[in-house]
Design a protein around this ligand. Sequence first.
Ligand code: HEC
Length: 104
Amino acid sequence: MKFTLLKLVLTLITLFGVHLSVYAAPDFAHGKKIDQEKCYACHAKKTGFGNGDMIYTRSDRKATDLNKLKSMVARCNTELRLDLFPEDEADVVAFLNKQFYKFK
Ligand code: HEC
């Protein structure tokens, strides 16, 4: 009886822990996929560079710290009605920061 209860508690802790880590850790691959599918083409066109990555590395870039990066992603998402969920936004921000901006 005691053993079963202990097992149940341990299972719950494990499940809960896994669940939490899913939300805590950004999914870079998912962020990259979103960037490629929803962002790259327009950035390539709008900047005139013909390359959708260069908006993130241009010398006069708008995102000059992590908070500005977050708000630029949010701005493109809401103004252009891209329908990203907050988790998606967080994944793209994490990907862009890791790949291009490298803010602390
Ligand atoms: C329909 C066109 C369009 C789409 C789609 C789009 N953007 Fe943008 N984005 C722009 C334009 C135009 C700018 C430049 C805005 C400016 O210079 O004020 C920009 C700028 C940005 C910047 C700032 C770059 C810098 O200067 O540092 C980020 C970050 C960004 N977009 C993220 C995204 C993300 C992430 C997505 C996809 C989820 C996305 N955008 C989709 C048009 C778009």
